[in-house]
Design a protein around this ligand. Structure first.
Ligand code: NAD
Ligand code: UDP
Ligand code: UDP
Length: 339
């Protein structure tokens, strides 16, 4: 097995547990911070299905118990209500660190809490990884590229980020989290992985979390107009959640540190997205224009050649295939709301 690029004494301890790529010794003890959230809960489903033991650490800021309720009776599953800004002692083999609000509406709600979560929360999880020799994976974001001057974005691009704007608690927070991750790797020999996630959608997103796909789908199902911010010509690339979960697990199990872009290169303007939602749900759906928010990136599209060549990973589900799977989940939850 090729070892990762660092070779500290700690690595040799970890190396004794390490198996050839693709071969693993289940069950692993895995922590998923933010595991009651949208992405985290899908990741938990997959890890439990593979035979791992999973501890979810979540403060339920944007996550919901219902997202993991089906596992509560499983002896391999544990749910801890805890805020990652505070230290925690656990004995585990792997840490998937997702805890952080991801929707702009949520992370701007309490920016100080957001940056504390990104900095102190990540520091605590890295401290934990160091103490127990666990492998640590950070879910960073395409927002580290800011309003990009390079298109599509490669991992080598350093970004174009406003350090004092209303989004900075999130994008600068994640940039600092990446820095901490690399410093714990270089300075303390922690085995780390960094994923830069691009816009992801799917079942279990909060109905009113303010992100564009969830907004458009919920609005159309409720017979309200889709709210297009600005002229609707800004672009995003939308990834279905199961592709992301595959990518996260593949990265964790690989011998590569990253960072890796994990996203679907299919690029859409917001007006094009509205058109796909209209075709999928309701041909009579309408759009309504609203003023855009500050510092909104004009375009975003991942270059995923690095993940393709080193992880042999690429997304499989197009927007047109993924959207209907999300719609049925939203339909059910919107019906439940009305009861
Ligand atoms: P989400 O809001 O659904 O999930 C985040 C989870 O973290 C929630 O369960 C929330 O309660 C929990 N959390 C927040 N602050 C916490 C704290 N201080 N202590 C403990 N738990 C806390 O968001 P998501 O879409 O599932 O995103 C998961 C991760 O992926 C985030 O780190 C996010 O930055 C990253 N990401 C997501 C996307 C996307 O499009 N979904 C894109 C880029 C990056
Ligand atoms: N930490 C934690 N759980 C652990 C080990 C550490 O929450 O099992 C926290 C610890 O409280 C500290 C942070 O992680 O706030 C960084 O730990 P580290 O040991 O790297 O730094 P130090 O404690 O020496 O400042
Ligand atoms: N957006 C929109 N209508 C909405 C919500 C968002 O037009 O109801 C736009 C927003 O201005 C941005 C894009 O959709 O250009 C993606 O926004 P989102 O909040 O989903 O994620 P971001 O990529 O900004 O983190």
């Amino acid at each position: 097995t090729p070892l990762s690029s660092s070779s500290s004494p700690r690595d040799t301890v970890a190396a004794s547990r390490r198996l050839p790529v693709g071969v693993r010794k289940p069950p692993l003890r895995v922590v998923v911070t933010g595991g009651a959230g949208f992405v985290g809960s899908h990741l938990v489903d997959e890890l439990l299905a593979r035979g791992d033991s999973v501890i979810v650490v979540d403060n339920f800021f944007t996550g919901r118990k219902e997202n993991v309720a089906r596992h509560l009776a499983d002896p391999r599953f544990e749910l801890i209500r805890h805020d990652v800004v505070e230290p925690i002692l656990l004995e585990v083999d792997q840490i998937y660190h997702l805890a952080c609000p991801a929707s702009p509406v949520h992370y701007k709600f309490n920016p100080i809490k957001t940056i504390k979560t990104n900095v102190m929360g990540t520091l605590n999880m890295l401290g934990l990884a160091k103490r127990v020799g666990a492998r640590f994976l950070l879910t960073s974001t395409s927002e580290v590229y800011g309003d990009p001057l390079e298109h599509p974005q490669k991992e080598s691009y350093w970004g174009h980020v406003n350090p004092i704007g209303v989004r900075s608690c999130y994008d600068e927070g994640k940039r600092t989290a990446e820095t901490l991750t690399m410093d714990y790797h270089r300075g303390a020999g922690v085995e780390v992985r960094i994923a830069r996630i691009f816009n992801t959608y799917g079942p279990r997103m909060c109905l009113d979390d303010g992100r564009v796909v969830s907004n458009f789908v919920a609005q159309t199902l409720r017979k309200q107009p889709m709210t297009v911010y600005g002229d609707g010509k800004q672009t995003r690339s939308f990834q279905y959640v199961s592709d992301l979960v595959d990518g996260l697990i593949t990265l964790m199990e690989s011998e590569h540190i990253g960072p890796f872009n994990l996203g679907n290169p299919g690029e859409f303007t917001m007006l094009e997205l509205a058109q796909v939602v209209k075709e999928t749900i309701d041909p009579s759906a309408r759009v309504e224009f609203k003023p855009n928010t500050a510092d909104d990136p004009h375009m975003r599209k991942p270059d995923i050649s690095k993940a393709k060549s080193l992880l042999h990973w690429e997304p499989k589900i197009s927007l047109k295939q993924g959207l209907p799977r999300m719609v049925s989940d939203f339909q059910k939850r919107i019906m439940d709301e009305k009861r």
